[in-house]
Design a protein around this ligand. Structure first.
Ligand SMILES: [Zn+2]
Length: 168
């Protein structure tokens, strides 16, 4: 397994539209394993392949506190099941150090393939609903900062750009 480099906002590669996985083979399972290692190391609770500069529709997630519930979503599709919205303070490994409230539908239906390429469906609420919507946004080149005001987003962008210059 390998720790992969996580792209950070405002890296333009985070805006790439990810392509569907045509076959869940060993190379995809290798990617999944590397993504888990990268996510746990960060540490984070969700990671989309886009964030590690692989533009395939693959998401990994573990919402448990003790890394006991790894979840894989390949080619995830979401259907919003309600107009009810809820606010959650979101963060992102690609926007390190910033947490902002985002409104999202509280209940969605997820259709995806698992690690073995087997299709499954699930109704998601609470943190899972928030997280899968956040990760699916990544696959479509969207970031949680896109939901914020231009002022807030620009402030975050400037701070991260400054950090990146200092690290370079
Ligand atoms: Zn994210």
């Amino acid at each position: 397994m390998a720790i992969l480099n996580i792209l950070e906002f405002p890296d333009p590669r985070l805006r790439t539209l990810a392509k569907p996985v045509t076959e869940v083979d060993d190379s995809i399972r290798q990617l999944v394993d590397d993504m888990f290692e990268t996510m746990y190391e960060a540490p984070g609770i969700g990671l989309a392949a886009t964030q590690v500069n692989v533009h395939k529709r693959v998401v990994v997630m573990d919402l448990s506190e003790d890394r006991s519930a790894p979840r894989v979503f390949i080619n995830p599709e979401l259907e919003t099941l309600t107009d009810d919205m809820d606010q959650y303070q979101e963060g992102c490994l690609s926007v390190p150090g910033f947490y902002e409230n985002v409104d999202r539908p509280v209940r969605v239906k997820i259709k995806a393939l698992d690690r073995d390429g087997k299709p499954f469906e699930e109704i998601a609420e609470g943190l899972l609903a928030v997280c899968i919507q956040h990760e699916c946004d990544h696959l479509n080149g969207k970031l949680f900062v896109d939901y914020l005001s231009t002022l807030k987003r620009d402030r975050i962008k400037k701070k991260l750009e400054k950090q990146h210059r200092q690290q370079a």
